[in-house]
Design a protein. Structure first.
Length: 244
């Protein structure tokens, strides 16, 4: 396993480089390990996916900072993949943002983002809207002040570069073009989580309807894939080294 500081330096080199990369949308240790094995340079853990993974809830800000940080720690302890996270609105005002930065840095993130949307949802169907410029500046200053690790500071200073693009139309799918415009991170959505949900449902449905487990042979993970996802060879080696 690489040190967290090394992963953060890897992430900073991406921002300072000339290429545009697609991060892997990950949600647990296994998905992060698989992404790393495929050569992804960085992982992305979104607040919406955290809510779905931890609570089975939609993206309406019902996840707590503690729950978010705990799941991040599970990902970062299980994989060498540098991890960027979407910290929604920072879980409150500028002082809450300071706490968010402290907790997420401790959990091992390489970068975090705080958005300027008014969250959670206002009462009585009021428009969600954006926070004021002054409030957002206060949040960003608080985030920088709370940061204890220089490597994580890159995303706090995002105004230095047009760093990230999310939700872009197909016409902006050319990474070379995006790189020439200064984009270093181009998000692609969170299909792995939704694909995993469908796979679980389809498997349970097949079994519930009387399907034989043997009929799932071609649908389940191979031993080779499980070796990547669960690292059994490492655990066997450790058993030999420390339990005998």
């Amino acid at each position: 396993m690489t040190l967290l500081s090394e992963r953060r330096q890897q992430y900073r080199r991406l921002l300072e480089g000339r290429a545009c990369v697609h991060p892997a949308s990950v949600f647990d240790a296994m998905s992060a390990r698989m992404a790393a094995s495929l050569g992804f340079e960085v992982g992305m853990f979104a607040g919406s996916i955290a809510s779905g993974t931890v609570l089975g809830a939609p993206d309406i800000i019902v996840l707590t900072l503690t729950e978010f940080a705990e799941q991040i720690r599970r990902i970062t302890r299980g994989s060498d993949l540098p991890l960027m996270v979407d910290a929604d609105h920072g879980y409150g005002n500028a002082l809450n943002v300071m706490r968010t930065v402290e907790e997420l840095e401790t959990s091992g993130v390489a970068a975090l983002m705080v958005e300027d949307t008014v969250l959670p949802q206002p009462f009585a169907g009021q428009d969600e809207g954006l926070v004021s410029v002054d409030e957002m500046l206060g949040k960003l200053r608080a985030a920088v002040a709370a940061s204890k690790r220089e490597e994580v500071e890159a995303m706090h200073r995002a105004t230095r570069l047009p760093l990230m693009l999310g939700g872009a139309p197909p016409a902006l799918a050319d990474k070379s073009f995006l790189a020439s415009q200064g984009v270093r991170i181009a998000l692609q959505g969170h299909h792995p989580f939704y694909a995993a949900a469908k796979a679980v449902y389809d498997t349970l449905k097949y079994l519930r309807e009387g399907g034989a487990p043997a009929g799932l042979k071609d649908r389940v993970a191979s031993e080779e894939l499980l070796a990547i996802a669960m690292r059994p060879n490492d655990y066997k080696r450790w058993q030999g080294d420390y339990l005998r």
